[in-house]
Design a protein around this ligand. Sequence first.
Ligand SMILES: Cc1ncc(COP(=O)(O)O)c(C=O)c1O
Length: 418
Amino acid sequence: MQLRKSRALSMENQNIDRPTFVTHLECGKTGTRYQADQLHGLSEAGKPMIVRYDLEGIAAAVNKEELQSRPADLWRYREFLPVRRTENIVSLGEIMTPLIDMPKLQQGTGRLIVKDEGRLPTGSFKARGLCMAVSMAKELGVSKLAMPTNGNAGSAMAAYASRAGMETYIFCPADTPEVNVREIAAQGAKVWRVNGLINDCGKIVGDGKETLDWFDCSTLKEPYRIEGKKTMGLELADQFNWELPDVIFYPTGGGTGLIGMWKAFQELREMGWIEGRLPRMVAVQATGCAPIVKAYEEGTRHAELWQDAHTVAAGIRVPAAIGDFLILDAVRESHGFATAVSDEAIMDARHAAATQEGMLLCPEGAATLAAYQKELTTGRITENESCVLFNCATGLKYPLPSADASIDLNQPIDYHTM
Ligand SMILES: Cc1ncc(COP(=O)(O)O)c(C=O)c1O
């Protein structure tokens, strides 16, 4: 009886679990192979690890039509993702984010579209990477996570880890937006403000590993956040009916999303699901912290540490990115470029999008609009190209202009002054 019950359960699991296709991991720099289904951080060369799949197997298991008939969320791409067992998925409802046209701010005949990632759990695209990292941590038996963050990644990790019953230790630069620090704490993590930048916070995580035995979930220091962010590329292809836009503007800090999207496009092309020219990837940074732009302009494959980094767009204030070469490779292979915009241009773009299109962007999302406007004038993009801007977080998390007009009901209302 017991045997029959457990056989029935395993049959049931086979029905629930979708087939998975991870074959191995490899070092993003040297290509050295590593076994799947084991806990990995950086490669022996100290570089990010990349997850590889049996793409022929995926193409044989699922087709575009079947995929498009599934619920419109991140898990519709399950065969392209690393989680082996459904029971390990830690989810808070990762919806497919909408594409929103910006007809008033668009120039010429090309479309200008915002992909609004602020609708995801915890209000940012970090949910994509962290739902995957935490699910894989669960699958691989990890129970304690640590991370340096500029805010949104910490919030997403706190939420998913608390849901999975894991402990989290999070370190933020002292001037991280207050709402981010509070949301991290409110979602059950231990959080510290550090009088330094994100790389200083990263060092605390690295140094504490031995004593506190936590798993380092820093951007690109574990392999699965890229896979979660890859769904931005899969989703875009799906939403554009497998004909991708001409240009993608991505606010680039650690660059996981840009790297992940580029990986998605490579995989889809290798499977024959998309053809022709891929989108040009544009890495957008702030003039106060633009290491990738500098390296792009100087023609180098690695970026130097940016000194005295500052910008209103906290999410892209990353003075040194461990995946710099992966960002720069994607930008160059796609025939894109890297560009920097000033804080003033970011705030002007944020105002324009909110008042003319009703789109309250986060500062990082506004940076992509400022870059679009700038690059139309330099001629690096043209008016007939379709451009996608990534709004990576809800604009509601960030300071807004004050609105202090009021009405005193004890006084007559003077409508002429309205
Ligand atoms: C709102 C926002 N935009 C952009 C970024 C940069 O993302 P990435 O690390 O993928 O470059 C971040 C990262 O913290 C962010 O919070």
